[in-house]
Write a protein of this length. Structure first.
Length: 61
């Protein structure tokens, strides 16, 4: 589970509170984010920083 935005790129979520009940979200303790969320974050960073091709034309200069 993750949230995203312009400044944070992808930020892991490790807990959701709904009507006073906490629902923990499993995360990799080394990464402090879930494995799939980490892969998405890394791919977006690689596109932004020019380490991989921007196949979708997301980056504008």
């Amino acid at each position: 589970c993750f949230g995203s935005g312009t400044a944070v790129i992808v930020s892991g979520v490790n807990n959701i509170n709904y009507k006073g009940t906490n629902y923990p979200i499993p995360v990799d303790p080394k990464l402090n984010i879930g494995a799939i969320s980490h892969k998405i974050r890394q791919q977006l960073l690689d596109i932004q920083e020019g380490r991989t091709e921007d196949r979708f034309g997301w980056i504008t200069r």
